[in-house]
Design a protein around this ligand. Structure first.
Ligand code: HEM
Length: 398
């Protein structure tokens, strides 16, 4: 028997793409370490899974995040863990508050904040751009979207981490870490509960007020559903966008000529962001569980099998993307898979793209060029997410 692929090994964390290519060629549906989940790596199979939620449930998403010791986790109760028809009802309610109009309303705020964050980056000396740029801008965007005070933004990523990785990586005897996770759940329930109360009393021009007013067939969201959705935005909107902003700069550090091209012609930035999302996607996999015995790519899976649906691999599938390991600004072909497919397609795709564009525009105005810092960068990787954990570089004014 050949050894199983390990999707958390150091080599895989640094560069998963050769392994993905090998898997697509030799074992497109196979069990992987750690844990024995079934990895699905070909574009065609990934689309099949995501298009058929009645066969591939999203329920498993929540299980690992809500162990009995935690006493409840709003993220685990959010719509990303639901299947039709329950999912459709919630999605219809929140989509109305999340359309083009809301995005247009946010654009000037995001632009102003990106300019402010970038203006504070030092010129001519090394800086790890993950905290003051890649993380700070997405935290602002989520905070602004929900109308949270600026003083709270720094806490958002910490809460998001504590109720996801902070739950799944705890050992049974780590009582302090359990207490931290329970504290984060209690804090965010309290803050979000107070915010809802305030907006009920005095509606404002923000998403929370829109959510409170949203109705489908006369039915509104319950308090628990509202808090679960706000928690989903926190987790879904920060970690992913941090990695997108970081990966954009990794690509540009390696290609100074591309920095020049984009800086001179800003209309190319949206195409650049889409190719970054394909080439270095923030989310490499989404989980699903089979609801019946089913065959994918010639492999029979039992009912209840846990799947890692590897969009990170599908984005490099040569059947869809010729010469897939080349970064190609003019690449034709499907663009949306980094944001998923089917009923759970990312609600924040438009916002994320706007964020990527405005952050880069601000950076091009601030710096003439960038160069690598003295320390090497490090990739951060979990089962689902990958991006620069640190990214030291130097911004130059000339
Ligand atoms: C580059 C950044 C982003 C990427 C790559 C990304 C990716 C994804 C993917 C792949 C899914 C589907 C998950 C599944 O099928 O199980 C998803 C769902 C979702 N995303 Fe994003 N996302 C990003 C940014 C955002 C932002 C900024 C927000 C909110 C402000 C957001 C909100 C959501 C929500 C609410 C869902 C759940 C939709 C549903 O269950 O119907 N995302 N995202």
């Amino acid at each position: 028997m050949t050894a199983r692929y390990n999707v958390l090994s150091p080599e895989f964390r640094n560069d998963p793409y050769p392994t993905y290519a090998d898997m697509r060629r030799n074992a497109p549906v196979c069990q992987v370490d750690p844990g024995g989940m079934w990895a699905v790596t070909r574009h065609e199979d990934v689309i099949f899974v995501l298009k058929n939620p009645e066969l591939f449930s999203s329920r498993g998403f929540g299980l690992a995040l809500n162990p009995p010791w935690l006493g409840g986790n709003p993220f685990a109760d959010s719509m990303i863990t639901m299947d039709p028809p329950q999912h459709g009802r919630l999605r219809a309610l929140v989509s109305r508050a999340f359309g083009t109009f809301s995005m247009a309303r946010m654009e000037p705020h995001v632009r102003a904040f990106a300019e402010q964050a970038v203006a504070e980056l030092p010129l001519g000396e090394p800086v790890d751009v993950v905290p003051p740029y890649a993380l700070r801008i997405p935290a602002f965007v989520i905070g602004d979207l929900m109308g949270l005070p600026l003083s709270l933004h720094a806490r958002l990523k910490r809460w998001a981490d504590l109720i996801t990785g902070g739950v799944t990586t705890v050992r049974p005897d780590e009582h302090d870490r359990k207490e931290l996770a329970r504290g984060a759940v209690a804090d965010l329930r309290r803050y979000f509960g107070e915010l809802l109360e305030e907006r009920r009393r005095a509606p404002a021009e923000d998403l929370v007020s829109d959510l409170l007013a949203a109705k489908v067939d006369g039915e509104a969201l319950t308090e628990d559903e509202l808090i679960a959705f706000m928690t989903l935005l926190l987790v879904g909107g920060i970690e992913t966008a941090v990695n997108m902003l970081g990966a954009s700069l990794v690509v540009l550090l390696e290609r100074p000529e591309l920095w020049e091209t984009l800086r001179a012609d800003r209309s190319l930035i949206p195409a650049f962001i889409d190719e970054v999302l394909r080439y270095e996607p923030p989310l490499h996999a989404v989980p699903r569980t089979t609801t019946a015995e089913v065959e994918i790519g010639g492999v029979k899976l039992p009912k209840g099998a846990a799947l890692l649906v590897m969009t990170g691999s599908a984005n490099r599938d040569e059947s869809q993307f010729p010469d897939p390991d080349r970064f190609n600004l003019a690449r034709p072909g499907p663009k949306n898979l980094p944001f998923g497919h089917g009923v759970h397609f990312c609600l924040g795709a438009q916002l994320a793209r706007m964020e990527g564009r405005l952050a880069l525009e601000a950076l091009f105005d601030h710096a003439r060029r960038i160069s690598p810092g003295p320390e090497p960068m490090a990739w951060h990787r979990t089962l689902l997410v990958r991006g620069p954990g640190s990214l030291p570089l130097v911004l130059h004014s000339t």
